[in-house]
Ligand binder design. Structure first.
Ligand code: URA
Length: 417
């Protein structure tokens, strides 16, 4: 099979079923799967192979069933970005509009943050729930953000960890099958995909992100999950924060009716899609946000998982401010550089299982399009370990452009697929 893919041929259906099953059982060795993943990375897969690979990963574990709930379900998945805290305000917001949101989330990967790492910055909050606890919370409160149980698509768990350390994350067939196997196995009725494109995304080029979106939408629809994708900008970070507690703070600001305009815009756009997918087009998410109903659900959702929604969030032991060295307009603020800086400050991991710093991260004081004055604060770095400042600042050395040539901003939502 490795040679078939290496030589650019198509894998047979039985070959795919066999290799996924054998890898999950430990019969196919990690180094063999690493070689196959690299061959797939280099030579791709056709739509038929991707569908079969996804099906085999679903079949590697259990499937959940939310059909017994009294409300329809909708879920959202982002392909990963910098400052992407949208799940935090979005899940309670959609639940406040009468739709159940079973949001199985992950940890940070490389320069991108993870929803579970963010929520763990809240004192007492726990990510691991039993299936029974999850269902009870969905029925009672309407929103759950938790870790996927080990029984859901176990083939993806192994393969994802392997891809992370073998340079094979940024592969369209492997990303599409990884995301969709988990979402289909989870059993949501409808799904909204937030497919990122730009410097901080895994798919940098818009054409690749479009193809990824179309592939995932087809996989979802074929499996009976109503699926749409929004293609969204990840050239610049979302909002003004990247880092765990910093992003929780910003999310709570959004739930309180404030927060950065791009975070509010994307939260509402995704909420409208989720509500439409669940047959609740009549609900008004802007009203649920403004009235405080979404905030009420947030508080109950956090408390149900042991967290104290009123507890002070952790603050970093040290901060360092970087000042603007010129006047002008902020024409570019690079998402990848900010993501790497937050990671180096301690917000992300360099090895699987490593502890992250709850308070570490990057706080931005301006967004592209803003006028900047010489000497004004541009960025504040937060960490408990100040020896990390130097490498984080180095990641930001070419992170922005300030000049007077104008600024060509992409919209937050580029397209709907
Ligand atoms: N998120 C996933 O769950 N899988 C990928 O392969 C990439 C992003």
């Amino acid at each position: 099979m490795i040679a078939v893919k290496r030589d650019g041929h198509v894998l047979g259906e039985h070959q795919i079923d066999w290799v996924i099953d054998a890898y999950t059982r430990g019969v196919v060795a990690e180094e063999q799967m690493a070689a196959l993943a690299m061959a797939i990375y280099l030579n791709g897969m056709d739509r038929g192979e991707i569908a079969r690979w996804t099906g085999a990963m679903i079949a590697s574990g259990e499937r959940m069933d939310f059909s017994g709930l009294s409300r329809p379900t909708a879920d959202k998945h982002s392909t990963g970005g910098v400052g992407d805290k949208i799940t935090l305000p979005l899940a309670p917001l959609v639940a406040a509009c009468g739709v159940a949101v079973p949001q199985l989330s992950g940890r940070g990967l490389g320069h991108t943050g993870g929803t579970l790492d963010k929520l763990e910055a809240i004192p007492g909050w726990r990510a691991h729930l039993t299936n029974e606890e999850m269902l009870a919370q969905l029925e009672g409160i309407g929103a759950v953000v938790c870790a996927a149980g080990s029984g859901l698509a176990p083939a993806d768990k192994k393969l994802y960890a392997l891809r992370d350390v073998t340079g094979t994350v940024e592969s369209l067939p492997l990303i599409a099958s990884s995301i969709m196997s988990k979402k289909i196995a989870e059993g949501t009725g409808s799904l909204v995909l937030d497919v990122k494109t730009g410097s901080g995304a895994f798919m940098k080029r818009e054409a690749d992100a479009r193809e990824l979106a179309a592939t995932m939408v087809a996989l979802g629809d074929d499996a009976g999950v109503r699926t749409v994708a929004l293609l969204t900008d990840m050239d610049t970070p979302l909002g003004l924060t990247a880092g765990n507690a910093l992003e929780v703070r910003e999310s709570v600001e959004v739930l309180a009716g404030g927060g950065p305009a791009d975070v509010v815009e994307l939260t509402l756009a995704l909420a409208r899609e989720m509500l439409a997918g669940a047959g609740r087009d009549d609900a008004d998410p802007a009203d649920a946000l403004a009235s405080g109903r979404a905030m009420d659900v947030w508080r109950r959702m956090i408390a149900a998982q042991g967290g104290d929604p009123d507890a002070a969030l952790p603050k970093a032991a040290e901060t360092q401010v970087i000042l603007a060295e010129t006047d002008g307009v902020l024409a570019r603020l690079d998402a990848m550089a900010v993501g790497v800086a937050a990671w180096r400050l301690g917000a992300g991991r360099s090895r699987p299982g490593e502890e992250v710093q709850a308070a570490a991260g990057v706080e931005l004081h301006a967004k592209p399009g803003d006028r900047i004055r010489l000497g004004q604060p541009l960025v504040t770095l937060h960490t408990d370990t100040p020896e990390r400042f130097e490498r984080a600042a180095a990641a930001l050395a070419d992170a922005w452009t300030i000049d007077d040539t104008g600024c060509d901003l992409r919209p937050v939502v580029i397209d709907r697929i």
